[in-house]
Design a protein around this ligand. Structure first.
Ligand SMILES: [Zn+2]
Length: 252
């Protein structure tokens, strides 16, 4: 029963995340005005704004202009429902559940925005660093690990980007990636921040090589590294503590 409530609550949050995903890269307010059709601009009635249900009832089209509504809307809503219910199952009804669920929602938003626009909005990453650090005073991973994670995470990507620019005379990594890994370090602590970086780099290499093999990309192709960092962070948060303990066991 509580998981059902969590999932329904997640659908509503997912609806708000869709607003963030659409408006943040366009520098629009996420609270005003109310949702409208992105093609004809007509404000949506409340019954057109019910997560997933409205999409199905409208058969994925705007009632006025008939334009297709992106499948991304119900997908993000369902994923958010899965995040909230999944985090509740994973962490139980604890303060850490709320913090990690909010973190996962932020990662979902950054994943989609970076995929679509190749930007990672400061509106998420900068408050994210502060919220992660603030929470670490009371919860896992503790403020020392969070502080080191934030500074080292941002620092290592800044150094990689700086070096790449010196060598290639073009920007390889954006400052958005720097701030995003700082945020991940603040929430997860430095060991899981490093694991995030490893998972993201591996996933990025596999996808990059796959694109080259499929002749749809080349070595200079730009991949949305923030999207890979988001995947890496979720993997690290879930499997990380076990993986880090397993790795550390070789050095005892
Ligand atoms: Zn319309």
């Amino acid at each position: 029963m509580s998981y059902l409530v969590a999932a329904l609550f997640g659908l509503l949050i997912g609806s708000f995340l869709n607003v963030c995903i659409y408006r943040l890269p366009r520098d629009q307010s996420v609270v005003w005005p109310a949702s409208r059709c992105t093609t004809c601009g007509r404000p949506l009635a409340w019954y057109e704004n019910i997560p997933v249900v409205s999409y199905l009832a409208l058969r994925g089209r705007c009632r006025t202009c008939g334009e297709r509504i992106s499948l991304q809307y119900p997908i993000v809503e369902l994923l958010t429902a899965a995040i909230i219910a999944g985090a509740l199952a994973w962490y139980g009804p604890t303060p850490l559940f709320a913090v990690r669920a909010a973190f996962a929602c932020a990662m979902l938003v950054l994943f989609v925005i970076d995929l679509q626009h190749q930007i990672l909005p400061n509106e998420i990453t900068l408050p994210g660093i502060l919220v992660g650090l603030a929470a670490s005073f009371f919860l896992e991973p503790g403020w020392r690990s969070a502080l080191v994670g934030a500074v080292a995470g941002a620092g290592v990507l800044w150094l990689v980007g700086w070096t790449y620019e010196r060598l290639r005379h073009q920007e390889g990594l954006g400052f958005g990636d720097v701030k995003m890994l700082g945020m991940i370090g603040a929430f997860l602590g430095w060991p899981l921040m490093l694991l995030t970086l490893v998972v993201a780099s591996l996933a990025g290499s596999v996808v990059g090589l796959g694109l080259i093999a499929a002749q749809r990309g080349h070595l200079g192709s730009k991949l949305p590294f923030g999207s890979f960092l988001a995947i890496g962070a979720i993997v690290a948060a879930l499997a990380g503590p076990d993986l880090v303990a397993w790795y550390a066991s070789f050095y005892r």
